[in-house]
Design a protein around this ligand. Structure first.
Ligand SMILES: Cc1cc2nc3c(=O)[nH]c(=O)nc-3n(C[C@H](O)[C@H](O)[C@H](O)COP(=O)(O)O)c2cc1C
Length: 215
């Protein structure tokens, strides 16, 4: 019998970046449900430039830990999802994206526009701009995965502490891949992290223009 899912509001206000995991393997159906949630995220032009490498074997987790400033939770987690973006993904995926869209009711005029505007827009990027664009797209899918994992009763740890070149090499990533972040998933071992709190809305949210309080 499957466990009851946690409420999203409970997770949004109660989730912590997990400091340590018990290492129990994660059932493949749960892992797939988490991954599917990410793959259903929105992306610019629906081009889905994300790619995910799921690391579960003890040997690979050990290597990934070494490429992640020796962060112990990388090795302790049940699975670490390495979230990447493919700078060349759109070149291969545009036709498929349009074909899928057409099946779902995308008008021919929209398809025509995408055929020209996607290459125009994305081929104009510098590598820095492309990395910025990929970060934006991939983090949205990543966040879907993090929240779905928590909904299913798992604990998660987002991580940006890794060395791009080392992760690239150990996962044998194609040159066009850019590693965005790691997501460790598993079950908390020991005490949870302290609650760092969040700034009050008055400090970070404005109404109508910068500096004006939201009414
Ligand atoms: C994109 C991102 C990268 C992070 N990288 C790391 C990391 O490499 N190592 C780590 O221990 N925590 C990392 N964290 C966790 C943050 O320190 C943590 O989310 C923050 O202190 C707020 O705590 P909370 O998530 O428990 O509310 C990262 C969080 C995010 C969102």
């Amino acid at each position: 019998m499957s466990k009851p899912e946690k409420k999203l509001s409970e997770i949004v206000f109660g989730r912590r970046a997990t400091p340590s995991f018990d290492g129990e393997p994660i059932p493949s159906e749960d892992l797939r449900a988490i991954l599917q949630a990410g793959l259903h995220a929105p992306s610019g032009y629906n081009i889905q430039p994300w790619r995910f490498i799921v690391v579960q074997s003890p040997e690979q987790k050990k290597r990934l830990r070494a490429a992640s400033y020796n962060q112990g939770k990388v090795e302790e987690a049940s699975a670490v999802i390495v979230a990447c973006g493919d700078a060349d993904g759109w070149r291969k995926d545009l036709d498929e994206m349009i074909a899928q869209g057409r099946e779902g009711g995308m008008p021919e005029s929209y398809a025509d526009q995408a055929r020209s505007s996607v290459p125009n827009y994305l081929s104009s990027f510098t590598s820095e701009q492309m990395h910025g664009w990929l970060n934006k797209q991939v983090m949205l899918a990543y966040t879907h995965m993090m929240l779905m994992a928590e909904v299913l009763g798992y604990d998660t740890a987002p991580m940006e502490g890794f060395e791009q070149d080392k992760v690239h090499e150990m996962l044998r990533l194609p040159l066009s891949y850019w590693v965005v972040a790691l997501l460790a998933v598993g079950h908390l071992k020991g005490l949870d992290k302290f609650d760092g709190g969040r700034f009050d809305m008055k400090r970070t949210v404005f109404g109508e223009e910068f500096g004006k309080p939201l009414k």
